[in-house]
Design a protein around this ligand. Structure first.
Ligand SMILES: Nc1ncnc2c1ncn2[C@@H]1O[C@H](COP(=O)(O)OP(=O)(O)OP(=O)(O)O)[C@@H](O)[C@H]1O
Ligand SMILES: [Mg+2]
Length: 366
């Protein structure tokens, strides 16, 4: 067992598994967080995000696997080696969890009280933490007199006051309305970075994950399906499931034959050479991802595909054409829309040019 040191990974989870009543919820999660790194855990409801966070916090034991925090082994196999207090992590939850009968100052100072820090030092550190989250003058207020966004910042001050090696966030903004959530996400992201906090940030909001995190771990069915910076997730989704979850574009079901991908009785017919994933994808049934960013309007006679405009949506700086793909529609999952500099009439037939280097091909799972 190593002692905590500054170069060690903030968190190392190896093959973490967890079952409830014989049902697997986490199926071998590997995750490594560098010092000062912020990882967002993004996944649909029920995929195991909170379960993983509770295991890291020490509130729940993993069924299998190993966990290190700051280089120290904190959990292994069926036993929970270190209790939550010994891990000293900061935590921020959806419901703030502030004590209504304690002042803002005493709420923030609470983790220091648990560690036996003297009263005077507690006060000073709590006030410094409040100043860091922009609530300098709020120490004597009661939680019930604060707005939701302010309460969440108090919860953040409490999470960082003891300078924890790792801060865990579980959907901290999901109780707030959309506008506040967006501005607070930017603010939280800046604060987390300024304070150099190593963090795992759980959310099911893609925009929030992309705002906050250095890398985003997409979690599907109890596994991390891909972990990458946001741009790389969009440019090179690892699987059709990741592309579908991130809603990157339309997915066509067709077949790879004679070096071409075809679907919809030839309505889409593109050479496979040069497509992302070509080469690992043998002849046979295949999925083709057409990201929204790979589609541009073209002359109907020239494009790779023809489509009818269903609706033209003005977006301030450009138009978004919502499309009906006619013959290929039955083979398409997801909606195809195409950004355009010019408006189009509903019902108009247009051609679509595809940026082939952005398309991706996967064999259809047997
Ligand atoms: N203590 C428990 N006992 C039994 N099943 C549980 C327990 N805790 C979680 N589960 C189940 O494990 C699965 C994953 O739950 P978890 O709370 O980790 O999901 P989540 O990804 O955080 O979802 P959400 O986005 O809705 O918060 C769910 O099917 C849930 O019902
Ligand atoms: Mg959850």
């Amino acid at each position: 067992m190593r002692e905590q040191n500054d170069d060690a990974a903030a968190l190392e989870a190896e093959a973490i598994g967890r079952a409830f009543d014989g049902r697997t919820v986490l199926a071998g999660v590997d995750l490594r967080l560098g010092p000062g790194e912020v990882i967002a855990l993004l996944g649909p409801s029920g995929c195991g995000k909170t379960t993983l966070l509770r295991i890291v916090a020490g509130l729940l034991a993993p069924t299998t696997g190993r966990l290190r925090i700051g280089g120290r082994l904190t959990a292994e196999g069926g036993g929970c080696a270190a209790p939550p207090e010994a891990r000293g992590l900061g935590m921020v939850f959806q419901d703030y969890a502030l004590w209504p009968h304690l002042s803002v100052r005493d709420n923030v100072a609470f983790p220091l009280r648990m560690r036996g820090v003297a009263r005077k030092e507690r006060r000073a550190r709590a006030e410094a933490a409040l100043a860091q989250v922009g609530l300098g003058g709020f120490a004597d207020r009661w939680p019930g007199t604060l707005s939701g966004g302010q309460q969440q910042r108090v919860a953040l001050a409490r999470a960082i006051v003891a300078e924890p090696p790792l801060v865990l966030f579980d959907e901290p903004l999901s109780n707030l309305d959309r506008e506040l959530r967006e501005s607070l996400a930017v603010e939280m992201g800046r604060l987390i970075r300024r304070l150099g906090l190593s963090s795992v940030y759980v959310t099911h909001d893609q925009a929030e994950a992309f705002t906050i995190a250095d890398r985003v771990a997409v979690m599907l069915d109890g596994r991390i399906a891909q972990i990458d910076p946001p741009e790389a997730l969009f440019a090179r989704p690892a699987s059709v499931a990741v592309a579908r979850f991130l809603n990157i574009g339309a997915i066509f079901d067709g077949a790879l034959e004679d070096g071409r991908f075809r679907c919809g009785r030839g309505a889409l017919d593109v050479p496979a050479e040069g497509l992302g994933g070509w080469g690992v994808c043998a002849s046979g049934p295949a999925h083709l991802l057409v990201p929204r960013t790979a589609v541009a309007p073209a002359d109907p006679a020239n494009g790779h595909l023809r489509a009818r405009v269903v609706h033209c949506q003005f977006q301030g700086d450009r138009y978004l054409l919502h499309l009906d793909l006619g013959d290929v529609a039955e083979t398409t999952a997801g909606h195809l829309a195409c950004p355009s500099d010019r408006p189009a009439r509903a019902g108009e037939l247009i051609g679509l040019a595809l940026a082939r280097d952005r398309l991706r091909l996967w064999p259809t799972a047997a």
